[in-house]
Design a protein around this ligand. Structure first.
Ligand code: FAD
Ligand code: NAI
Length: 461
């Protein structure tokens, strides 16, 4: 029976990063994943292909509607969807190949198949050509998550699907109904809207992007509506049925909606089925996530869990940070994740990025805070780009001036947030950012101005 120091089940951002870090620290590592392509949900059917399509569809929209304002006349712009999807697949392949290269470089053994923990230190890999038994001192579970669905809705893998289907529709749907106005609904809804679909987003709550700062979410809703996405808030979907080439979506208290395709984006659920953990006494929380302690240990001390399969935001960078912290803790005795500085980014147009506490959270916790807000409209680079929609909001402790949260809506928000994350990681005050030199003309000056605004000292407004 092959014996390794560590077996990692799942080769997504959690699993593959754990495998690489462990190999760097001198462990003999086995990585188990059911898919041939390494990289997990994020690389195969998540972060990477969605961003490829967001980029391509934005180019299409730019060419059709925005370039003229720059004095660039483009005639006869047409969509080659097949090519756009092929490019997306090529981007995915270069990333999955990249992970395979890193495995080779770090001497990681990859076993393809479904991993089942049959006993402490023992994993059976159910492969297509038989089972392989593995042995190791430690096991990390990094099996990720899958699309969640709703009662009354069965995903048929075609007309009614989740994000994976929405990354590869063979034609632009005439009418796409998106259930859920969260990350996936807004990103992939935007893609298909840009490519020509009528897109109706049904959201159960009275707002979009629950969990994000409410002021930003409100602004985002306005922006998306301006771009033609239709929203029905406070909508409870009770069923969706395929009827030939169409789908009928029933909404409580409203007329049924007939559409061509449905994208179910109401969250994701952890992958724990078939892992064999129940028999070992490893407990799940009410949301079905594996319960771990501060060191990512399950009820069995030699078995750890990280990423989407445990509590916390289901984000690739959160999984990666946990991977490194878990392995370093295991090997060196020290490892840590700063959960207060995990950014969240919605890669739509405008982009939305957030780190730390929202205003609602500060109010609820009774923390006195000062607020600085600066609009893109007043920034020279934003005007030059022709992207003046949006704002940056900095929230700082009223007494100490320590930055508690930064929320951005606007062009390249996802890049701008990095400075806020770094500043918060070092415990910076709003004044620290305000006194840092920011190159001119850059969008980063909007963050500086918002930080100045915390003390009522913005210059350009
Ligand atoms: P996963 O990436 O899900 O990897 C788990 C792997 O384990 C998978 O390959 C799975 O097949 C495999 N597996 C499961 N069970 C077994 C088993 N028993 N045996 C063997 N293998 C098994 N996050 C971001 O931060 N930024 C983004 O832009 C972003 N975009 C996204 C877009 C979409 C459409 C989706 C769906 C998700 C997106 N996410 C994004 C979320 C991100 O993909 C996840 O947070 C991340 O992939 C979690 O990493 P993980 O390693 O925990 O699990
Ligand atoms: P989500 O949690 O982001 O949003 C789900 C939305 O569905 C919420 O607005 C929720 O209120 C709504 N909802 C729930 N039940 C509903 C119902 N019955 N009817 C109508 N609406 C309902 O989940 P989503 O978009 O599926 O994405 C899953 C996760 O994947 C995200 O939370 C995020 O962690 C990750 N992700 C991250 C991305 C990024 O970082 N850019 C992109 C895509 C996904």
């Amino acid at each position: 029976m092959p014996k390794h120091d560590l077996i990692v089940i799942g080769a997504g951002p959690g699993g593959y990063v754990a495998a690489i870090r462990a190999a760097q620290l001198g462990l003999d590592v086995a990585s188990v994943d059911e898919h041939e392509q390494l990289g997990g949900t994020c690389v195969r059917v998540g972060c990477i292909p969605s961003k490829a399509l967001l980029e391509s569809s934005e180019h299409y929209l730019m060419a059709r509607t925005h370039l003229e304002a720059h004095g660039v006349a483009v005639a006869g712009v047409t969509l080659d969807l097949e090519r756009m999807l092929a490019r997306k697949d090529a981007v995915v392949k270069s990333n999955t190949d990249g992970v395979a290269y890193l495995y080779k470089k770090n001497g990681i053994s990859h076993y393809r198949g479904r991993g089942e923990i049959v006993a402490e230190g023992r994993v059976k890999v159910h492969g297509s050509d038989g089972d392989t038994d593995l042995e190791a001192d430690h096991i990390i579970i990094a099996t990720g998550s899958q699309v969640a669905t709703l009662p009354g809705i069965e995903l048929d893998g075609d007309r009614i699907g989740g994000s994976t289907e929405a990354l590869s529709y063979p034609e632009v749907p005439g009418h796409l109904v998106v259930i859920g106005a969260g990350y996936i609904g807004l990103e992939l809804g935007s893609v298909w809207k840009r490519l020509g679909s009528k897109v109706t987003v049904l959201e159960y709550l009275d707002r979009i992007l629950p969990g994000m700062d409410a002021e930003l979410a409100k602004e985002a809703l306005k922006s998306f509506k301006k771009r033609g996405l239709e929203f029905r808030l406070k909508s409870k979907v009770t069923s969706a049925r395929v009827d030939g080439e169409h789908v009928s979506v029933e909404v409580e208290g409203a007329d049924a909606i007939a559409c061509d395709r449905v994208l179910v984006a109401v969250g994701r659920r952890p992958n724990t089925a078939g892992l064999g953990i129940e028999a070992l006494g490893i407990a799940l929380d009410p949301q079905g996530r594996i319960i771990v302690d501060d060191d990512f240990r399950t009820a069995i001390p030699s078995i750890y869990a990280i990423g989407d399969v445990i509590a916390g935001p289901m984000l690739a960078h959160k999984a990666e940070e946990e991977a490194v912290a878990c392995v370093e803790k295991l090997v060196t005795g020290y490892g840590h994740v700063d959960y207060d500085t995990v950014p969240g980014i919605v890669y739509t147009e405008p982009e939305i990025a957030s780190v730390g506490k929202t205003e609602e959270q500060l109010v609820e916790a009774g923390i006195a805070y000062s607020k600085g807000v600066f609009p893109y409209q007043a920034n020279g680079r934003a005007r030059a780009l022709g992207q003046t929609e949006g704002k940056v909001k900095v929230l700082a402790d009223a007494e100490s001036d320590r930055i508690l949260g930064v929320h951005i809506i606007g062009a390249r928000a996802g890049d701008l947030i990095a400075e806020a994350v770094a500043a918060m990681t070092f415990g910076a005050s709003a004044e620290d950012i305000a006194r840092t030199v920011h190159a001119h003309p850059t969008l980063s000056e909007i963050l500086k101005e918002a930080a100045l605004g915390v003390a009522g000292r913005s210059i350009h407004i």
